[in-house]
Design a protein around this ligand. Structure first.
Ligand code: SAH
Length: 204
């Protein structure tokens, strides 16, 4: 998998090392384990998916390539816990929010089993971010809102990056990079992607 990520243009050593260290199969149902290193997204239950390895690596690389040191990172959409584990393995202090409580409990167990303790969890609708823990050096959203969630920019430190897929499921979605500046923010479209929708409200 890591050789393929390199061929796909991922160069960040910490990310390649993290993804070769972390057993991706621990985040996926046993029935799907033979597909776990394939270059495709995988179902994780309740209609949700874990992104293909390239997208996980790509989003992490964009996040960590900010002009400021990236320590505190907010993830919205914990899901299987894999993306949070990659960030933690890269040395970030991770704050992860999930609207489905059962996902959060399973992800926490997986992280504990792997000895990843620099992750904090919140069961909440992530549209409002995690104001009491702001500011963050980076924010990564792993479900797609219809519009760019500009309110989250206020929870970024200056120079910090927000990476978010935007658009309707099934239509062309675009990965967006928003960077907080001293007085405002800049916005840059990146890859075309396909994510499950970001939904309002909480679930158990
Ligand atoms: N990062 C995940 C992939 C998540 S799939 C992983 O590594 O496995 C998208 C996740 O976003 C789902 O678990 C879904 O429940 C969650 N989600 C969707 N809308 C949300 C919201 N408003 N707040 C928090 N989580 C949300």
């Amino acid at each position: 998998m890591v050789g393929r990520l390199r061929a796909q243009g991922i160069t960040h050593q910490k990310i390649l090392a993290a993804m070769s260290t972390l057993a991706r199969e621990l985040f996926i149902d046993e029935a799907l384990r033979m597909r776990v290193y394939d270059d495709c997204s995988l179902p994780i239950g309740q209609g949700q998916t874990l992104s293909q390895p390239y997208i996980v690596a790509r989003m992490t690389e964009v996040l960590l390539s900010a002009s400021r040191p990236v320590q505190r990172v907010l993830e919205i959409g914990t899901g299987s816990g894999y993306q949070a584990a990659v960030l933690a393995q890269c040395g970030c202090a991770v704050f992860t929010i999930e609207r489905i409580a059962s996902f959060l409990a399973v992800a926490r167990e997986r992280h504990r089993a792997l000895g990843l303790f620099n992750i904090r969890y919140l069961h909440r609708d992530g549209f409002n971010g995690w104001p009491s823990q702001a500011l963050f050096d980076g924010i990564i959203v792993t479900a797609a809102p219809r519009n760019v969630p500009v309110d989250l920019i206020a929870q970024l430190a200056p120079g910090g990056r927000l990476i978010v897929p935007v658009g309707l499921q099934g239509a062309a979605q675009r990965l967006m990079l928003l960077t907080r500046t001293a007085t405002s923010y800049t916005s840059q479209p990146l890859d075309t992607v396909s994510f499950v929708p970001m939904l309002s409200g909480e679930q158990f």
